[in-house]
Design a protein around this ligand. Sequence first.
Ligand SMILES: *[C@@H]1O[C@H](CO)[C@@H](O)[C@H](O)[C@H]1NC(C)=O
Ligand SMILES: *[C@@H]1O[C@H](CO)[C@@H](O)[C@H](O)[C@H]1NC(C)=O
Ligand SMILES: *[C@@H]1O[C@H](CO)[C@@H](O)[C@H](O)[C@H]1NC(C)=O
Length: 623
Amino acid sequence: MRRSWFNKLHIILGIRRPSLSWLFVCFVSLIALILVLGSSRNVVDPVPLRGVPASLIYTSHGRVKEQAAVDYLELRAVEKGVSGGQGELGLCGKERENFVPCYNVSANLLAGFKDGHEFDRHCELLVEQERCLVRPPKEYKIPLRWPTGRDIIWSGNVKITKNQFLSSGSMTKRLMLLEDNQFAFQSEDGLIYDGVKDYSHQIAEMIGLGSDTEFPQAGVRTILDINCGFGSFGAHLLSLKVMAVCIAAYEATGSQVQLSLERGLPAMLGNFIARQLPYPSLSYDMVHCAECGIIWDEEDGMFLIEIDRVLQPGGYFVLTLPTVRPHESSLRLKKRNMLMPIEELTEQLCWTILAQQDETFIWQKTADVDCYAFRKKNSIPLCKEGDNAEAYYQPLVSCISGTSSKRWIAIQNRSSGSELSSDELRTNGVQPEDYFEDLEVWRSALKNYWSLLTPLIFSDHPKRPGDEDPLPPFNMLRNVMDMSSKYGGLNTALLEEKKSVWVMNVVPAKASNSLPLILDRGFVGVMHDWCEPFPTYPRTYDLLHANGLLSHLASERCSMINLFLEMDRILRPEGWVILSDNVGAIEMARTLAAQVSWEARLIDLQNGSDQRLLVCQKPFLKK
Ligand SMILES: *[C@@H]1O[C@H](CO)[C@@H](O)[C@H](O)[C@H]1NC(C)=O
Ligand SMILES: *[C@@H]1O[C@H](CO)[C@@H](O)[C@H](O)[C@H]1NC(C)=O
Ligand SMILES: *[C@@H]1O[C@H](CO)[C@@H](O)[C@H](O)[C@H]1NC(C)=O
C-alpha cells in the first residue's frame, strides 16, 4: 500500500545535494538560458527572490521546461551560497525566547496608547528589527506525546514565575510539581481530581441535559473559553467531543495560552479591549467565562455585545463568578452591583436567564429574530446590513450583528456531526459538488503527507518508510495549523484517519471567506492576515501546512522572509512544514527555508501539474 505511494512520487531534489557533474551543469544552464531568452512572454514575477533575479522564475507549462528552470535556480542558489549556509540567519538573544510580536507594552505606551489600550495587539507599531530565529530556552525538551502531554508538561518549556505557580489553585488553574522538571494537571483518571468534571456536569444540568455527554446532541459543539486558566475545562470537553478554544490576553509569564497549547489544547491570544475578535458573527455555540476577570458592563456593554455577536442563535453564555466567602461581604456587594447592569443588558440582547446555581449563571441567546422587535424603546439597535461585513480586528460596535444572516439557525435545529447537509453548504455560499471534490483531494493528499513526515526524507537517498521502518511521524504531533484553509478539508481528513491532532484552520484575511463554514462544522478557525504575526507564543505548533498561500501572498505587500521567520517562531523544535504551491513559489520557499535553517526537500507529485510540495523540518538548535 505504502509502496505504491512511494512509486507514484518521485523526490527530485534535496537541499543537501551531491555535487553535480560539470556536463550536467552546462547542459542545464544552456537550456535555461534558451528558455530565458526564448519565452519572456511567459515570465511571471511572483515575488522578488533573494539572490535570484525575479525574471528567472517560471511557472511555465511544459514539465521539461520547468525542470530545467528549477535546476537552473538550484544552481544559482548554490552559486550564491544561499543554500550552502552563508545565508542562514542567526539566533536571537535569550530575551526573545518567549517573544510574541505586537504586544510590546512599552512601545504601545510610547505611541500614546493608554487606559488599558497599551495591552492590546498593535501590529501597526511593528518595526523592522534584526532578523533572527527565536531560540528555545536552555532547558527546553520536546513535549510528551498526546495524551500524556495533556496532563504532564516540562516546566522548562513554559515561562511561569514561582509566585504564579504557588497561587495556582482555582478550579481551572491548578497545577502541581510532579518532579523537578515536570508540571502535572488534573487528569481523567483522577490523578489530581479537582472538580472540573462536576462543574461541567452542573452546566449540562443547568441547561436541561441529563449529563455533559449530551452537549453535542443538544447542539453544543464549539465553546469559546475566555481566560481558560490552564485549559482543564477544555481538556475535559474535548474528551466529550466538544471543541473548546481558549482565548486570553497576552501575559508575559504564566500565560494561559502558552500553557494550554503546550498541553496540546486549542488556544490563541485574544482580548476584550477595543476590537472585535477575528471570528465572524454566529461562530460559537457557547461562550464560557469562569472568573475570567472581564467587567462585562464596562464600555457601555460593548464586551457583552461582542459575545452576542459571536454566539450562535440559541447559544449559551456561562458566567461563573468568584466564590464569596461569608466574611467577604464587600465582594458580595460588588458582585450584586455588577450583575444588575448585566441583567439589563442581557434583556436588551434578547438573552434569557436559564438558571443560576451557586456562582454560575447561564443565559441563552434567542433563536427567534422577531424577539428584537419586541424590546423596550432605545434598546441596543440592530446593525445595518454591511455593518456585518466580517472584518478583521474591527473596532467593537454597539449594535447587534448577525440577525439578517442566512446562517441564523438555532443550534438546537442544526444537523449534528461535522458533516453539513447540502442545504447548509448552500447557506454558506458553497456548492456541494465543490465541497465534496475538495474533500476527496484532501483525503488522498493526507495519506501522502503523513508518510513524508519522517527524517528519512532528508537523507541523501530519500525514501519513504517501508514496512520495516517505524511509523511516522517520529516526534510529537498534536497542534496542527492549516495556514490557508478553504473548507477545513485537511482537518476532516485528519479526523477520518483518527489522528490525535486538532487543527487551527486559518482563513487568510483576503481570501474568500469560508470561515463560517469551518466553524459551523465544529472546527477551530480564525481569520488572519499573514502579513502580520500570528497571535500565539513561540513553539506552539507541530505542523504548519500551507496550500497555495505563498503564491496568494506574492501579490501582497508583505515580506516573505518575515513570514518564514514567523513560521519558525511558532513551530516547535523538530516541527514540520508542508508547503504546496506552484514551482516558482516553491523555489522561493526553498531559498527561504535554507535561510531559517530548516531541512527541506522538494517533492514532485508527478501528475503533470506545476504543483510541488516542499517538506521541511525545523531543527532543534541547542546552543
Ligand atoms: C519594545 O519596545 C521598546 C520601545 O520601543 C524597545 O526598546 C524594545 O526593544 C521592544 N521590545 C521588544 C522585545 O521588541
Ligand atoms: C426548529 O425547527 C422547527 C421546525 O422547523 C421549528 O418549529 C422550531 O421553532 C425550531 N426551533 C428553534 C429553537 O428555532
Ligand atoms: C496534482 O496534485 C496536486 C496536489 O494533490 C493537485 O492540487 C493538482 O490539481 C493535481 N494536478 C493534476 C493535473 O491532477
